[in-house]
Design a protein around this ligand. Sequence first.
Ligand code: ARG
Ligand code: ZN
Length: 475
Amino acid sequence: MTPPRRQPVRRRTAVLPREAVLAAVPVALAALIGAAGPAAAGTTGTAGAGDPYFPLSGNGGYHVRHYGLTLRYDTASRRLDGTAVLTARATQRLTRFDLDLSGLKVTGVTVDRAAAAFRRDGQELVVTPRRALRAGRQFRVTVAYHGTPKPVTDPDGSPDGWIPTDDGAFVAGEPQGAMTWFPANSHPKDKSSYDFTITVPEGRTAVAGGVLLGQHTAHGRTTFRWRETRPMAAYLATATVGKFRVERYTTPDGVQVYNAVDPREASAAAPVLKKLPSVLAWESKLFGPYPFPAAGAVVDHAPGVGYALETQTRPLYDSAPGLGTLVHESAHQWFGDSVSLTAWKDIWLNEGFATYAEWLYAEQHGGDSAQKSFDALYARPAGDPLWAYPPGDPGSGANIFGTPVYARGAMALHELRRAVGDRDFFRILRAWATGHRGGHGTTAQFVRLAEQTSGKRLQPLLHTWLYGKGKPNRP
Ligand code: ARG
Ligand code: ZN
């Protein structure tokens, strides 16, 4: 990636003529210094969202309000045909902007119905609209594409994205796999609503997030229409395809549940999936109201994936989950999905919280106390990988799903609980989920909330547990 260029200060409130004058400045400057760049500094959206762990994930210069994805997947040939319609808003003047897209062939791009120039540059789809978009303007991008999607390999070695299975595809996207199946502004900073229209061979089911609007079969193909109205990060989108047994019901709280289960996993999954409503009810008591109108699970048979993902409203499991995993992915609906990260570095806000939810579940359902879970981990010697790096600063994208993030992240919460007591601790968790619902939260904001809610100074303790090198000492 080229280092970000210095951008001229630009006032968004500038009146039009003045803005036009300002816009001319970078062009002149570029000409003066002989910059060979294809567009003037300050009017091109950046190729990344500014996240050092995944520098090319996401893009600068615009926000996507809505994705309309129309997909057709042929499970035999593994060919995907897609049209993506993005409704976006420019956050700066844009002569050019990027989308994230890995592999696949793009056959056409339009911006506000006019054909736009585009080129591919690694995982970037670079779009040059016919006319510059002024700051604040809403615009619509259409991308037509097709090909055989290929998953990417994350820095931790895991496959990520559109992962073919023997009967369809396991479609996950954390942290960077969304770009393997649709053009996206793929960073959790940017959250959007989604419509999915997915056509698959008759007999297969395509499952996305949100509610099922309808399905119909014609000429040997079935089309599924899904709608997620709540803001969702691209990595939490799925369009998982397979031969599934489907179960639908509505919980007493009015949440629409849709479960899709690979028959090979059905008997192992059944007793755990039966607990989903009670797990969500239990978590709602602890964390505040369930943030979405829909819920469920996709239990696939995807050996080789090696993880589950908290896809929004409907977590995705690579095989029948244990109860702990169900509790974990469900807790992510509050922590990670509803309240999202602004940087991957803060991943402990997702994984530490979801892990602590598992500890709490055990504690309140006849298992080990959270204290016991903590003690077992704390007993590990200073050289144990658990203490290899601090959860609040994992150091790189290769470490974001490591034990220090999950386990020591949960330990940090446990230490917070011990410091403030149960009453305030659960008030903090609820205030976090409720106050940032549908939005974002940072570690600094969490620490501040904990201090404000409890009236205690907690920065030193949390700093030790989140940022301290090596095994923290306990007082
Ligand atoms: N967030 C998932 C979980 O709840 C883990 C995703 C792992 N993804 C990966 N590419 N390694 O645990
Ligand atoms: Zn997790």
